[in-house]
Ligand binder design. Sequence first.
Ligand code: FE
Ligand code: FE
Ligand code: ZN
Length: 282
Amino acid sequence: MTYLGAHLSSAGGFYRMGKTALHIGANTFQCFVRNPRGARAKAADPADLGKLRELLEKNAFGPIVAHAPYIMNPCSRDEGIRALAERMMGEDLALMEHLPGNYYNFHPGSHVGQGVEAGCRFIAGMLDRVVRPDQATTVLLETMAGKGSEIGGRFEELRMILDMAACREKLGVCLDTCHVSDAGYDIAGDLDGVLAEFDRVIGLSRLKAVHINDSMNPLGAKKDRHARIGEGTLGTEAIVRCITHPALRDLPFLLETPTDDAGHGEEIALLRRMADFKVSFR
Ligand code: FE
Ligand code: FE
Ligand code: ZN
C-alpha cells in the first residue's frame, strides 16, 4: 500500500485534518502544529488528538508528518532566535506525544555566515536538549535546496548534524524531491544514482519520509520553488519512479505542491493510477 498525502491546513483541528485526508484519498498527511509564520502554540486538545488517532488507526494510515514553522532557525547567529527555535520545537514535540509513532520534520536553518560546521553544532546542540530518549516521535531533518546559507543542501551537511547529535537514535531524514533537484542532485534523471549517494553519505535506513514536489527551476538552481506534479522540470514520470522505487515505496509521500485540497486530491488519484500501472507491468 502506497502512503500518499499532502500538506493540509490545520485550521479546524486535528480530527478535521484526518477527515480532509480521507476526503482527498490520502492515507497520510502533513501539517503544521502551530501557526507556520508565528511563534504562538495552540493549546493541545487531547480529545481532538484522540479522535484523530482513532481515525488514523481505523483507516490504516501510514505515519503522518508534523512540519516545524518556517520561522524556526536553530542555527541563527542570534541567540534569541536560536532560543525561540528550541522553545518551539520542545513544545511541538510535547504535543506530538499525543500522536505516538509519527514524525516531526524541520528545516535545519541558515547559518548566515557563521559557516556550516558552526551551524551544524548549534542544530545538534538544540536537538540534544529537546529530544528525549523515550519520546515516541522521530525528528526529521529535511534535505534543502541550498539557497543562500541554508544548511542541508548537501547530504554531507545532514550527516554532520547526525554525527554531532548524541540523540541520533531519534533522528531521521525527509527527502524533498524539489529541494534535492534544486540542490543539484539529479533525482529526475538518475534516481538510482542519487539514492546510492544518499546511502553512501547518510544511509538509506535514515530516510523516513519523502516530499514529492515538482520544481519550477532546473537542476542545481538553488531556488526552492515548488511546482504542481507534471508542471515542473522533474515531470510526472520521475515522481512515479520515486513512489514505486523499492527503496522508497513503503515511506509516506507528501505533496507540498502549490494547489488546494481538491488539487492535491487530483494529484493523489493521478499518482495512484500511474503507480499501480507501473507496478503491475514491472
Ligand atoms: Fe519543508
Ligand atoms: Fe519540503
Ligand atoms: Zn520547499
